[in-house]
Design a protein around this ligand. Sequence first.
Ligand code: SAM
Ligand code: SF4
Length: 435
Amino acid sequence: MKRFYLESYGCQMNVYDTQGLSRLLEDHGFSRVDQPESADVVLVNTCSVREHAEERTLNRLAVLGRLKAANPNMKLGVCGCMAQRMGAEIKKRVPRVDLVVGAQALPAVLPALEALDRGEKFAPRVEPLDHYLPPPRPRFDAKNLKGFVTIIRGCNKSCAYCIVPTTRGPEVSRHPDDLVLEVHELVLQGAREITLLGQNVNSYESGGVDFPELLARCGKVPGQWRLRFTTSHPRDMSRDVMKRMAQAPRLAPWIHLPVQSGSPRVLRSMNRDYTLEHYLEVIAAAREEIADLALTTDIIVGFPGETEAEFEETVALIERLRYDTFYVFKYSPRSGTAAARREDDVPPELKQARLARLLEVQRRLSHEVNQAYVGRTLEVLVEGIDQKRGNVLARTGQNKIVVLPPGSGEAGTFRQADILRAEGQTLHGTLRQTA
Ligand code: SAM
Ligand code: SF4
């Protein structure tokens, strides 16, 4: 039996794809191992969103390639977005790579491996964007408690900085019946939290079902579990959509709504396709419709032409909206995108300074926002034990970790926790005793 080792980089959708790829290989007689040294096939599922991520992956591939000195029969493969974007170029950068399989057709790993066994020469398998061959559904591991379901692939937006439409192609929504069935199966297998995934879940549409309707249908699946989704695009949100979404049963009170910038000019230049007024209106609606909502976002600093005053507009927006937390990225030009044709004119030190400033704001705000939970009682999902200290870890619907004393409850159960204090991003508490 051949052994394979699989590494995954990038977004949750890549994690889902990687799990599907793992299942495909297992179903075809391969067994998964935890160390690349003991594998016959080493595969890396890659991300292209930022240049830094690609450079790190190329370095990692070079390191993995060196394992061939001890095991010349080992095959090294690159899958996913980098493979889709760079194709044969990857082999020029890391000559020890044996196979390259793009994000559009991960199952092509199998015929690619067979071709290598027959001694055929290197030929990257990169399908055109309008041809998508999905890997099988991942096998669910009940001890994870968390299940993920990709509901829509690709992206029809054209944000000026973003490579995703180039590597993942146009949007394709899966049929709602298939999705409800998948959710049902996950719940039966022990999933306690299910996250619906897509680059832009709000533009989901299939068989006359839109995203709020899909949430309602998924939420009706019986059992002890909660529902999340990520990522939403502000353009496809409105007060009305928010009202309908908020009615879905089991919906966790957490929304990740990337704003990218607080400057109206930068937003236009990014081609984000919404105004700041619209974004603020959506946030106001979300906070009115969903009780105890936690809000998170993504920000890009140093987009071409971003002035100090425009950066300050972003800081002001964050202070105003008081996000629970946010992710900050330094702008990274991606070849082939509209922004890459502009001058990357914010110097690296300034990008770094803006990033550091935002992280400082985030630390303060997260701390302040979390203090408001102290003294309250929240529903938590007990997830497991912190191996270092023996504490029990649980998660709120707002996606916040609550640290509980050792022995506090069984993994996989929903309990009420009294929040005693907050430190940074983490809450500390005790479980309410049930009568
Ligand atoms: N579809 C989601 C959306 O529209 O917000 C997220 C897609 S992207 C994989 C995740 C985040 O990476 C984006 O929200 C953005 O902040 C960041 N990102 C994308 N392209 C980038 C680039 N070229 N440079 C820096 N950050 C980037
Ligand atoms: Fe990229 Fe924009 Fe699509 Fe998100 S919505 S994946 S940022 S193009």
